[in-house]
Design a protein around this ligand. Structure first.
Ligand SMILES: [Zn+2]
Length: 148
């Protein structure tokens, strides 16, 4: 048996980091393939989402409709008092009062809900999130909902 120069805690932390990195890499490859099959890319979806949020924010400032419709997408913003602060595992950024936004395609009725951390992962880390976690965004579903 070899003797590790690291403490058990450090070794465990290194192994966990390696597992997180490998999972993230595989997920990005799978998501890239999915989006390529749909004829789009994560960059294109990021841009579409950013433009949609800008338009929705402009409509909010107008104050006429709390759930503005931009193109064929209704944007519904929710605030929950019991939302617990979340911290990004990639950059340690902390969201004290994370918000949630639901997008509904009015033509198809399909909806998708994104947590503020989901936006952070998409825009800052170009990542749709780890499968089976709370902040995962299904890229194919997001693409469908945002499609006109
Ligand atoms: Zn981050």
């Amino acid at each position: 048996m070899s003797i590790s120069p690291y403490s058990p805690q450090t070794t465990c932390s290194i192994l966990l980091d390696a597992l997180i990195y490998r999972t993230r890499k595989q997920t990005i490859e799978n998501d890239t393939d999915t989006l390529r099959r749909l004829g789009t890319s994560s960059g294109e979806i990021d841009d579409k989402l950013a433009k949609l949020m800008d338009a929705a924010a402009a409509a909010y400032r107008g104050g006429a409709n709390p759930n503005p419709i931009v193109g064929s997408v209704e944007v519904m913003k929710h605030s929950f008092r019991d939302q617990t602060p979340v911290r990004c595992i990639y950059c340690d950024f902390k969201m004290p009062q994370p918000r949630i936004v639901t997008f509904r395609n009015i033509a198809t009725g399909e909806e998708i809900t994104l947590h503020e951390m989901s936006f952070h992962l998409l825009w800052l880390h170009h990542y749709f999130g780890t499968p089976q976690t709370a902040h995962r965004t299904d890229p194919a579903k997001l693409f469908r909902v945002l499609s006109t």
